[in-house]
Design a protein around this ligand. Structure first.
Ligand code: TXA
Ligand code: MG
Length: 326
């Protein structure tokens, strides 16, 4: 942890474990260090980064006009898989926020990373630690596959317990708006705040030229090399539909249906009723197909209650929103 903190203070890049996915961390107040993140990931410059802090008592350092809702959410859900968009202070460099007047802030629930941030005494800017466009890494090994030779260190904190990235809520508008579904369910936000809107980029692909509020939502994401088709609807029917598509394909399915596709490369993501397990496994499943020669991939998809909204969103983004309803 001391070594990681020293690298961060010196402007280097460190892979950090969080409860959601591994992040690629740098000093968020150092524009040069942050630029290296974009280089290592091949990330478009207009896609802003999240600042990781050890608690709500750091919010005032980097944000202004902080609404009461931010403290309500922080006291309920931090440390945890929730990122809040707030107005930024001018000490946060443009390169960190992609030129926006707002900044995303999150307190991750991982003891090693919290300790590193405290020892370094700087806010750590960290996107997910994958090469831009690939599935997010949920263990140190996956981050190594993407980042070997490009960064200074990875702090191995074990596999990620949540498996999808944080939920992002914009608190600079009224009502607050969900920009990205993630490890904290929308229902929990509504329970804490009342009304919460859902950004259109969560549910569907964007028309050419259309701008989402979270710049990252406009890029094709999480995509294996083979094209993906998501099949929504009752799992018995979606399994039957996928089975009819032929042989030799890649299939992401619920555990109960794994035996139905004998000639396929099958990646089960957990029981149909266990969305937390599906969240933990969805990125590993998407990543696994790149080591095979499948030419197309079909995926069963959970309903959108609870963590299902985040799992479905990641699958649909991997599919470029190519969705079949059965
Ligand atoms: O769970 C997570 O959030 C992980 C771990 C490492 O903390 N991080 C992560 O970062 O997923 P990244 O960069 O892969 O995704 C951040 C998303 C992007 O879609 C970005 O456009 C959006 O957050 N974002 C960041 N700052 C924003 C801002 N000021 N306004 C709107 N969207 C913002
Ligand atoms: Mg990412």
């Amino acid at each position: 942890m001391d070594a990681a903190a020293a690298i961060l203070r010196a402007g280097g890049l460190v892979g950090i474990p969080t409860e959601t996915v591994y992040g690629l961390g740098a000093n968020g107040l150092n524009g040069e260090a942050v630029r290296r993140i974009f280089e290592a990931k091949g990330r478009p410059q207009d896609n802003p980064l999240i600042l990781h802090v050890p608690g709500a008592d750091w919010l005032e350092r980097y944000c202004r006009n902080i609404p009461a809702a931010a403290y309500t959410l922080a006291s309920r859900f931090w440390p945890g898989p929730l990122t809040m968009i707030l107005q930024r202070r001018s000490n946060v460099p443009n390169v960190t926020t992609g030129g926006l007047e707002t900044v995303g802030v999150r307190c991750p629930n991982h003891p090693l990373t919290l300790e590193v941030i405290r020892r370094a005494d700087i806010p750590v800017a960290a996107p997910s630690g994958n090469t831009s466009g690939r599935p997010s890494p949920t263990c140190a090994q996956h981050m190594w596959e993407d980042m070997e030779g490009k960064i200074d260190a990875i702090l191995d904190g074990g596999p990620c317990g949540v498996g999808v990235e944080s939920t992002i809520i914009d608190l600079t508008c009224r009502p607050p708006r969900l920009l990205r579904p993630g490890g904290l369910p929308l229902e929990a936000l509504r329970d804490a705040l009342g009304e919460v809107d859902v950004d259109k980029a969560v549910e569907r692909g964007l028309a050419p030229g259309e701008k989402p509020k979270a710049p990252g939502m406009k890029y094709r994401h999480y995509a294996p090399r083979a094209p993906v088709t998501v099949v929504t609807g009752d799992p018995v029917r979606s399994a039957r539909y996928i089975r009819r598509q032929g042989r030799g394909m890649g299939v992401i399915c619920f555990d109960e249906y794994a035996e139905l596709f004998p000639d396929c490369v099958v990646e089960p993501i957990g029981p149909a009723g266990d969305k937390a397990e599906q969240a933990r496994r969805v990125f590993d499943a998407l990543r696994a197909f790149d080591a095979t020669d499948v030419r197309e991939i079909y995926a069963q998809c959970p309903d959108e209650g609870g963590l299902g909204l985040a799992v479905a969103n990641r699958l649909k983004k991997a599919a470029g929103f190519h969705v079949v309803e059965v």
